[in-house]
Ligand binder design. Sequence first.
Ligand SMILES: [Zn+2]
Length: 137
Amino acid sequence: MGFFENIRRNFARFMSGRYGADQLGMTMVWTALIISIIGSFSGLRILTLLADALLIVVFIRMLSKDRYRRQNENQIYLQKTYKIRTAVTEWMNRVKNSKTYRYFTCPNCKKRLRVPRGVGSITITCKDCGYKFDRKA
Ligand SMILES: [Zn+2]
């Protein structure tokens, strides 16, 4: 057995039954990175210490064998951030599709609607409430 194969096996044995990475962990890593960058630019040592502390928590969670608790924490995180995560995803889709679609908000129910770009003046019918309104697309 080769040296690296040995390391790989030992690492796999060490990690078996441990929780590993999840969405909450990745968010904490990115947050720590941003705080750390701000800390090093502003010279505020407290921020770099905070980033280090956050990373320590991330590692403790990853190496944890209490999977049930870690999954619960992640679930709470996903529930509390659902609105902002879907808003970010929707915004990214809008930017990505901005060349092919125009986006409108229904004046009646505020539902977001999209129509193909370049179709000229059209009557848009809201798929949710059936309200009709005229726009140029
Ligand atoms: Zn509507």
